[in-house]
Design a protein around this ligand. Structure first.
Ligand code: GLC
Length: 741
């Protein structure tokens, strides 16, 4: 079979569809030359210790985001030039205090301040996984833009986001932080978030550096256990986990964070293949690499380093530019350089990468450019930001079931039995990784219902701590005197996130039993599934009138929930991760290989004898209050210029109300030089159709839709037969054949 070997770089833009924001060459060239001259002159004046200082990041506060056991910041090390960056320093006063200390140092090199601004800052936005369900890249970028605007107004220069780790395993608690299981979609979301955080100019007062994390493969820990080993072939990594990291770098991400795990037996923190061969050489990454918290010291626990000096030498030589929190660089690097264990040129490269970004942030020109009280007062917690959070929340909810059009609620519904503590807790609405977001002011469903003028008959429903139903009799009485029952159930928001792996993602039986009991009220039972990850809830699936997967929706959760319940907004989101039906199926994902014995109900195939291999809900699935029909699927000749073909389908809104649909394109390579998945997402378009309206949606079939990485990491496109599949989810598809000649 003849292969077409396509140049990796040019193809990447096609594959990931990133729209490059290109600064006019002459401007960027002069800026770069000015920067390089400035940094070179500065480095000539730096002592060895001052250079090492730039590689050291110190944490403020307690163990806010991890076991910060090595140093609580004081200003003295900053004045001595021993610290180049800080994290978890909150508020303009603190930022200014440490920057003033840096201005007292001999060379007055400004600090950069990092924070985990993951989904909003003071104003909490929906979880990243919830935002990914919107399949609305523009809104996802806007969400990051708002977060950057607010964080920069309070002194932050750098967020440790986007987290772009693909994951097929809902036992891993950090799926809440990413964009789900698909590498193509994850790559598009990664680029959108980088553009949102960084804008067009890092020196602007409302942009911050992005940090692509966690490099690499962190989302595939064995057994779904956070921090566990990751072991996969290079080909598997390249096709299913690599694309989002690469897309984020191609989108111009200023920094990358290494992952805690080892990948193929080498800790990522000192993985020369990842950091130098792939990231800096093959991809041309010109920013800097920071470790995850304590990860340099943790190489001793990995039993990959004998002591701190060994860890420091291995990490810096492998391409790790900055150490987060632990003190191995601070303690050992000068000595290691003097002994020749690490070459000063290696140190210089790291220093240059870091100083380049400080220059690009404009911090040498004005160290206090992000410390402006008036701008902070005018920017923080704006109404426009809250409104954006609400719009994002409305577009993040996935309608999973809707029997007999139980939703939307009619305007005549005026008495609601609201069951479940999650309907009233502000903190849960924010979800994990919302450390800096305001809890007060979060609109819960309870608040929003009252504000809507609805009679709210509340009952707590279920005790998470004791795992028991609370006052079932009372809940039934509330149901009896109401028009509808709305049950908020799921997991507590801090049950997903870092260090929150679960061996079982099934919703507690007692919670599910509550729904079955409430169904006996004879009233419609609407279930709001609040979670940070795919969960298993089979009993509820068969006893609820309707089910909305609401994730954690941020500061305007209640408002958005009411707007969707009453149909002011017609839900349009799709699942960015497969929802398993049994825990034993996990990891479960849609882009599986056919194998030599493709799964089927017959025996002697890749299936189970004790349960189905089918998910509860597949990737890309989500209902609407209206219905869409797909027809006239056809493929036509491409017009050259890299477009091999064009596939088109007519989508019709056959319901009685307007609605949005995410039209999805999947591709199957029928025969290839490596085994390929049964289908892979290679395009999507979100469209809005009025009732009765039809639209012809088409997708260009280019190398980006047809190619894959071979086992030597070359992106190849092979001639032969393909199947193009178009539809409303990864399961509900129509298909047409296509041959690449
Ligand atoms: C944490 C997380 C990482 C975060 C960092 C700083 O351990 O793994 O995602 O950015 O520490 O808080």
């Amino acid at each position: 079979m003849k292969k077409i070997r396509v140049h990796r770089l040019c193809l990447l833009f096609l594959l990931l569809g990133t729209t490059l924001r290109v600064v006019p060459a002459e401007a960027s060239g002069k800026q770069t030359r000015d920067r390089d001259r400035f940094v070179a002159k500065l480095m000539q004046r730096m002592t060895l210790e001052e250079k090492v200082g730039q590689l050291c990041q110190c944490a403020g506060g307690g163990d806010l985001t991890g076991p910060n056991n090595e140093r609580i910041p004081r200003t003295e090390p900053v004045v001595k030039g021993e610290i180049g960056s800080m994290l978890n320093i909150l508020g303009l006063d603190s930022v200014r205090k440490y920057q003033q200390a840096a201005m007292q140092s001999r060379l007055q090199i400004p600090l950069i301040f990092g924070l985990d601004v993951i989904h909003g800052y003071r104003i909490g936005f929906p979880l990243p996984l919830a935002e990914a369900a919107s399949f609305d890249l523009k809104m996802i970028e806007e969400s990051a833009r708002w977060a950057a605007t607010e964080a920069a107004a309070e002194g932050c220069n750098w967020t440790f986001a986007p987290m772009v780790d693909v994951s097929w395993d809902a036992r891993w608690g950090r799926v809440m932080e990413g964009a789900g299981e698909d590498p193509y979609y994850g790559a598009r979301v990664a680029a959108a978030r980088v553009h949102g955080f960084q804008g067009e100019d890092l020196a602007a007062e409302n942009t911050i550096m992005a940090c692509v994390k966690h490099f690499a493969g962190y989302g595939a820990p064995i057994a779904g256990k956070d921090y566990n080993s990751v072991d996969m072939s290079l080909g598997h990594f390249a096709n299913f986990y690599m694309p989002p990291y690469k897309a984020a770098v191609e989108a111009g991400a200023a920094t990358v964070m290494t992952a805690f795990n080892d990948l193929n037996n080498i800790p990522c923190t000192a993985n020369e293949f990842l950091l130098r061969r792939l990231l800096k050489e093959r991809w041309g990454f010109d920013g800097f690499v920071v470790s995850d918290m304590n990860a340099v010291s943790e190489m001793l626990a990995h039993r990959y380093a004998a002591d701190g000096a060994d860890a420091a030498a291995k990490a810096l030589n492998a391409g790790l530019d900055m150490e987060m929190v632990t003190l191995n660089y601070h303690t050992h690097l000068s000595d290691l350089i003097r002994k020749g264990v690490v070459k000063e040129a290696v140190l210089d490269e790291a220093v240059r990468r870091i100083l380049n970004k400080k220059y690009e942030l404009g911090l040498f020109a004005d160290p206090y450019r992000y410390c402006n009280e008036a701008r902070a007062a005018a920017t923080l917690r704006s109404a426009a930001m809250r409104d954006a959070a609400r719009r994002m929340a409305e577009r993040s909810m996935v309608l999973l079931e809707n029997h007999n059009a139980a939703l939307p609620l009619s305007p005549q519904v005026r008495r609601v039995a609201l069951i479940g503590q999650l309907a009233k807790t502000q903190s849960d609405m924010l979800g994990s990784w919302s450390l800096w977001s305001d809890h007060e002011g979060v609109v819960t469903l309870y608040d929003a219902l009252l504000k809507r003028g609805v009679e709210v008959n509340y009952s707590p429903g279920y005790d998470f701590d004791k795992n028991v139903i609370i006052d079932l009799e009372g809940a039934m009485a509330q149901a009896a005197k109401s028009d509808v029952v709305v049950v908020a159930l799921g997991e507590r928001s801090l049950e997903s996130g870092e260090r929150c792996s679960k061996a079982d993602i099934t919703i507690a039986a007692e919670q599910q039993k509550l729904v079955e009991e409430l169904r006996k009220s004879g009233k419609p039972v609407i279930v709001l599934l609040m979670c940070g990850r795919p969960v298993i809830f089979n009993q509820v699936r068969h006893s609820a009138s309707a089910i909305l997967c609401t994730w954690w929706l941020g500061c305007e959760a209640g408002t958005a929930l009411c707007n969707v319940l009453w149909g002011d907004y017609n839900p349009s989101a799709k699942l960015p991760m497969t929802f398993p039906a049994q825990i034993g199926q996990v990891p479960l994902y849609y882009q599986f290989k056919s194998t030599g014995r493709p799964q089927s109900p017959e025996g002697w195939t890749t299936s189970y004898i004790d349960t189905s291999y089918e998910p509860a809900y597949p990737f890309g699935y989500g209902l609407s209050y209206t219905r869409f029909a797909y027809s006239e699927l056809a493929v036509s000749e491409g017009d050259g210029e890299g477009v091999h073909a064009r596939v088109a389908v007519t989508v019709t809104n056959t319901g009685t109300r307007a609605g949005e649909e995410v039209v999805q394109l999947y591709v199957r390579d029928e025969v290839a030089s490596i085994t390929r998945p049964v289908k892979e997402l290679r395009g999507f378009e979100k469209i809005n159709l009025q009732a009765g309206e039809s639209r012809r949606v088409s997708f260009d079939i280019t190398d980006a839709q047809l190619g894959f990485y071979d086992n030597a990491l070359n992106y190849v496109v092979e001639k032969g037969d393909f199947t193009l599949l178009v539809g409303t989810s990864s399961r509900d598809l129509q298909q047409v054949a296509f041959r690449l000649k």
